[in-house]
Ligand binder design. Structure first.
Ligand code: PML
Ligand code: MG
Length: 251
């Protein structure tokens, strides 16, 4: 099957970044998805874009890594403090003694476009560009059409985050991912790892706060870091919900 990667990003001079999304879809759905992503860019609550970029690239089947979606658990919390205590507990389950220090560093990711890549042991930041951070990209969810289309109509925080987290924590040198949304109306966040899957925490920040960011916790050497960054930014991944299959071997 011929597939294409589509990436959309929209911005304007007042707001800066307004909206972004990506898909990996069969050729016959390309025109339909371009129209949907354009519509998403044009109708965003943050404002009207004065710049929209649609990037379309062919993807060969053999380039795609197929992964089963992480198992999802939801933990109900009613305050950000309770939510943070849950994250702390899961970090400790991973044997990370500096869990408190890791939580304190999370704030540094709030103004970044991508995620912080943090050495879980030395707590050294490993991103080559600290403002940009590391952007995990080239990934999508493989589901029945109806579900996928509804997910594409507007932003579906949960689906998009599950896809991203599944890709990220499947790299052998990533221990976990931590995420707080930067959407002021969205207070659910998560911690994900291969050990315990995707743990949704229903309140991880205060309503109305635009502050959010991601940390990818890394363990490994210099060469592994470069390989990990290449995987996060370039490996094409399709995440299967309720199924499993893996084509190219994991890096
Ligand atoms: C974002 O893209 O703003 C992050 C979304 C986090 C989703 C958490 C969830 O609903 O499970
Ligand atoms: Mg966001």
């Amino acid at each position: 099957m011929n597939r294409y990667s589509i990436k959309m990003r929209a911005s304007n001079k007042e707001e800066g970044h307004i909206s972004g999304a990506e898909k990996i879809i069969p050729e016959e759905e390309l025109e339909q998805y371009c129209a949907r992503l354009l519509s998403r860019a044009l109708r965003h609550s943050k404002g009207k874009p004065d710049f929209i970029n649609l990037k379309i690239e062919a993807v060969r089947e053999e380039e795609i890594l197929h992964l089963p979606a992480l198992e999802v658990t939801t933990i109900a919390t009613s305050t950000p403090e309770e939510g943070m205590a849950v994250v702390l507990d899961y970090l400790r389950r991973l044997g990370l003694e500096q869990a408190g220090e890791i939580l304190a560093l999370w704030k540094q990711s709030y103004c970044m476009r991508g995620a912080m890549l943090l050495d879980a042991d030395t707590l050294r930041r490993l991103e080559p560009d600290r403002d940009r951070g590391i952007r995990a990209t080239y990934m999508d969810m493989e589901t029945e059409d109806a579900e996928k289309q509804s997910a594409c109509g507007g932003k579906n925080h949960f689906n998009e985050a599950l896809v991203l987290a599944t890709k990220v924590v499947n790299h052998p040198n990533i221990l976990a991912e931590l995420c707080i949304s930067d959407d002021p109306d969205y207070v659910t966040g998560y911690i994900a790892s291969k050990e315990f899957g995707y743990v949704r925490i229903t309140t991880l920040k205060g309503l109305g706060s635009p502050l959010g960011g991601r940390i990818f916790l890394f363990r490994g050497g210099e060469g592994e870091r470069d390989d990990c960054i290449r995987y996060l930014q370039q490996q094409k991944v399709l995440v299967h919900v309720g199924g499993k299959a893996s084509m190219p071997a994991l890096p």
